[in-house]
Design a protein around this ligand. Structure first.
Ligand code: ADP
Ligand code: ADP
Ligand code: MG
Ligand code: MG
Length: 540
């Protein structure tokens, strides 16, 4: 395949990339013989927020480690690493030369929030408040902890924190430092839909108020869009080489990313454009019912969940969202028959396939053996085209399941669940650990399978673009996290988002070109107008 000018098979199993590593000149860094190579770096400008967008394994964390001075770039010469003088020479004529000079002379200071915050308790011990006070160089702990809702977490020991709490503590620790450049690696992981938008608002306002330079790696496109002024797209071949695009305005950058074509670079990295639809009107009356459930209640010690009655129809995807600890997973378990409600009864005369939120497989064997055991039509052409390819499992077949990364395990689990022959698919937080490309590809696969099998799906998630992309209808969870949760019946996505966003106090419009949802700038014309009429999600 290919368009003539293309010379290399593209990693997305789509078309071809014209920039071969050989044609890109010297890399900024190469880990070693036949190892990952990075071409180019983002431009770090003062007083701007710049985002990095690209697949897993393309060099984003490597970039942050280089810019924060943790990794000295070797310009490809891993055997005889260059001196700083040679590095300055390499970046001559670009702003990066000045940056590295100052970095080498310790004239600039940086703060770096690493990607894997779940590892923090291994290296840092003690009470959270004591730990944060040590980094509080500007006396802003009260303000920042208030903005990030950390009051309860401050009292705890760091080893008692949940993923979402650890993430917010790590973000706070970074913002508390008085430095010139702030680097955030995937700040939305483990955060719920509310905390993500709030975090984006907090970092953004901080940059504006204190005129700081911030670089953010992010896979949640609505977060990336809200935080950044500009972005760089990363492309290439994951785990082999990565190329940093020119700096683009955040709107143009994300739109080009969705189109799969970078205009300035003349690079196409995906065959299909990812399109959003303004409203998918489904005529529910004409469709068969998959499941009809009565209102029910579930109590745990200290927590109570109330669910309104609802009905799911064939061919539809219903999403569910809300804060953490509000009962979403409990609802999924009850629907899947893993838990029983206290009041009310769910009829289970249908086949249900369920992917739990927390995936850990105790499986002694390879991915191929796992699939062989769990998928009845393993080895057929249908399996190859519907599951193996879209979930990029071909290259994983010979890997031991126990060695898979979070994203690889997630892909395997979703693939296995979607390969079941079911009437209802229940997927709890499928986008965790996935990059943007994988998220949108999972969304497509879910839709396709639901439509092919005339089934229904319930998908719980926190990524607004993913939710918008996949949802026919949606349920909102609200109440008091950890104490009392309420689940609405499925309603139109617009009504559901409206209900949620009015609580968060953020308004969204649709991008004219791609129809994707975009957060309005606070107090902009549209923002004020939409609040006035109570339309938080789109105003046409
Ligand atoms: P991303 O953050 O975009 O997912 P990374 O920058 O973490 O990507 O990694 C890019 C590539 O470099 C990956 O293939 C990764 O395995 C490899 N890599 C990262 N760190 C090292 C290292 N210290 N030694 C060798 N290879 C590495
Ligand atoms: P969500 O998925 O929205 O984050 P969950 O349904 O996992 O929320 O949990 C809702 C609340 O119920 C939380 O406070 C959680 O601690 C509590 N909970 C969940 N499962 C149990 C259980 N088996 N026993 C006791 N409490 C539980
Ligand atoms: Mg990374
Ligand atoms: Mg949950």
């Amino acid at each position: 395949s290919g368009c003539g000018i293309c010379v290399k098979k593209c990693p997305f199993d789509a078309i071809n990339i014209i920039n071969l590593p050989e044609a890109l000149g010297d890399p900024v860094h190469r880990y070693g013989e036949n190892m990952f190579e990075l071409f180019g770096l983002p431009i770090v400008t003062e007083k701007e927020v710049v985002g990095l967008l690209g697949p897993n394994g393309i060099g984003k964390s490597t970039i942050l480690r280089i810019l924060s001075g943790e990794l000295k770039p070797n310009l490809g010469n891993y055997q005889n690493p260059p001196s700083w003088e040679e590095i300055f020479e390499f970046f001559r004529g670009s702003q990066l030369q000045d940056y590295f000079k100052k970095l080498a002379n310790k004239e600039i200071r940086v703060a770096h929030k690493p990607q894997a915050v779940d590892l923090l308790p291994k290296y840092v011990k003690g009470n959270v408040k004591d730990l944060l006070e040590k980094t509080d160089e500007l006396n802003k702990l009260d303000e920042i902890s208030d903005l990030l809702n950390l009051e309860i977490s401050l009292k705890k020991d760091i080893k008692e924190l949940s993923g979402g709490e650890l993430q917010r503590v790590a973000i706070a620790a970074t913002l508390l430092k008085d430095v010139d450049f702030y680097y955030f690696d995937e700040p939305s992981s483990w955060l719920d839909i509310y905390q993500r938008l709030n975090m984006a608002k907090v970092i953004r306002r901080y940059a504006e108020k204190f005129k700081k330079s911030i670089l953010v790696v992010e896979h949640d496109l609505s977060v990336l869009d809200t935080i950044s002024d500009y972005i760089h797209v990363l492309y290439g071949e994951p785990n082999a080489y990565g190329v940093v695009s020119n700096k683009k305005s955040v709107r143009v950058g994300i739109n080009e990313y969705l189109k799969g074509f970078l205009r300035d670079e003349n690079v196409r990295f995906r065959r299909e454009e990812l399109k959003f639809h303004v409203s998918r009107t489904i005529e529910t009356t004409k469709k068969g019912t998959i499941i009809k459930y009565p209102s029910f209640v579930k109590c745990y010690n200290g927590f109570k969940l109330y669910v309104d009655s609802g009905e799911l129809y064939e061919n539809e995807v219903v999403t569910a969202f809300g804060p953490n600890s509000i009962g979403k997973t409990t609802f999924a378990k009850i629907l899947a028959g893993v838990e029983k409600p206290d009041k009310g009864k769910i009829e289970e005369n249908i086949n249900i396939a369920y992917k739990p939120q927390y995936i850990s497989i105790e499986f002694d064997g390879t991915v191929e053996e796992f699939l062989h055991k769990n998928v009845t039509y393993y080895g057929t052409t249908a399996f190859r085209t519907e599951i193996l390819k879209p979930f990029k499992l071909e290259n994983l077949l010979h890997r031991e399941v126990s060695t898979l990364s979070g994203g690889e395990l997630q892909r395997l689990m979703i693939a296995t669940v979607l390969a079941e022959d079911a009437d209802l698919y229940v997927l709890d937080e499928p986008t965790a650990f996935l990059d943007v490309e994988e998220r949108l590809s999972v969304a497509k696969s879910i839709r396709k399978i639901v439509e092919n099998k005339h089934a229904a799906a319930i998908v719980i998630d926190h990524d607004i673009l993913f939710l918008d992309y996949i949802a026919d209808r949606a349920m909102v969870f609200y109440g008091k996290p950890g104490v009392e949760g309420h689940a609405t019946k499925p309603m139109s996505l617009r009504n559901a988002m409206n209900k949620f966003l009015s609580q968060v106090n953020i308004t969204f419009r649709r991008d004219k070109e791609t129809k994707r949802p975009r957060a309005n700038k606070p107090d902009s014309y549209l923002d004020r107008k939409q609040r006035e009429v109570g339309e938080y999600y789109y105003y046409d």
